[in-house]
Design a protein around this ligand. Structure first.
Ligand SMILES: Nc1nc2c(ncn2[C@@H]2O[C@H](COP(=O)(O)OP(=O)(O)OP(=O)(O)O)[C@@H](O)[C@H]2O)c(=O)[nH]1
Ligand SMILES: [Mg+2]
Length: 227
């Protein structure tokens, strides 16, 4: 009886995958989001994630999030990574494509996404715009941990550009979330969006098994209560 229940639980475990070019901050995002800290390798200069890595979160592994190596290093590694992406996406519930707020050369992202995204995830794609602390003009308020008014305008324009870019290739992301992993800014929003994008039966199973807040880092748990 217990075994049957465990199997049922495994069957409904949501799996969320982070993908995108190298250096956008996929591993940093996961390190900042979750509890205990996953301690994924991060590098300021070179690609740091070399293979797909599944993280089983919660006491009984109630949520699976996947870190992945980044695209764009060279043609040979792109081929391998693209096929790894296709494989993992085919058994996942939500894809989070991450870009960098100060990256304008996004045509390549559009092309990568259209090539790897399976039909079943077309309405379960989130685009994360990370590193908004770096968007110009560079005036992040350390005191309030917020973008300046002008930065906020740049962020809104960026979101609009990104939405249009994806729509032009026939993909309408369920959400576009701007955030900063480094500054813990709007990460709780990213997490809520990730959970909301999962199929309803999987969200229901996740909720039934406890408070979703408990997956988050202590810092984000405090923010979660304030929202
Ligand atoms: N300023 C700023 N830097 C960030 C942010 N998030 C990540 N970084 C930096 O971006 C660099 C790359 O971060 P990673 O987390 O290794 O990026 P990745 O997407 O996992 O890269 P690969 O593993 O190569 O695919 C590191 O120097 C991070 O410190 C952010 O929100 N703001
Ligand atoms: Mg990485």
């Amino acid at each position: 009886m217990e075994i049957a229940k465990e199997l049922r639980d495994i069957d409904v475990t949501p799996q969320i995958v982070l993908i995108g070019k190298t250096g956008v901050g996929k591993s940093s995002t996961l390190n900042k989001l979750f509890n205990p800290q996953p301690n994924l390798p991060v590098d300021h200069v070179e690609p740091a994630t070399l293979e797909i890595l599944k993280l089983s979160l919660g006491e009984r592994g109630q949520l699976i999030v996947v870190d992945s190596p980044g695209l764009g290093v060279n043609e040979e590694s792109d081929k391998k990574i693209m096929s790894a992406y296709k494989e993992i996406l085919s058994v996942s519930d939500v894809a989070v494509w991450i870009i960098k707020a100060d990256d304008r050369a996004l045509g390549i992202d559009q092309s990568f996404v259209t090539q790897v995204l399976p039909e079943k995830l077309r309405n379960r794609l989130i685009v994360g715009i990370n590193q908004v602390d770096k968007i110009e003009p560079s005036e992040w308020s350390q005191k309030y941990n917020l973008p300046s008014k002008a930065q906020d305008e740049s962020i809104k324009r960026k979101e609009e550009i990104v939405r249009k870019l994806f729509q032009n290739s026939g993909i309408d992301p369920v959400a576009i979330v701007s955030y900063s992993a480094l500054r813990n800014y709007r990460l709780t929003r990213l997490f809520r969006t990730m959970v909301d994008a999962c199929p309803p039966e999987r969200v229901a199973a996740l909720m039934k098994r406890g408070d979703i807040k408990s997956f988050l880092s202590p810092e984000l748990q405090k923010q979660f209560n304030l929202e």
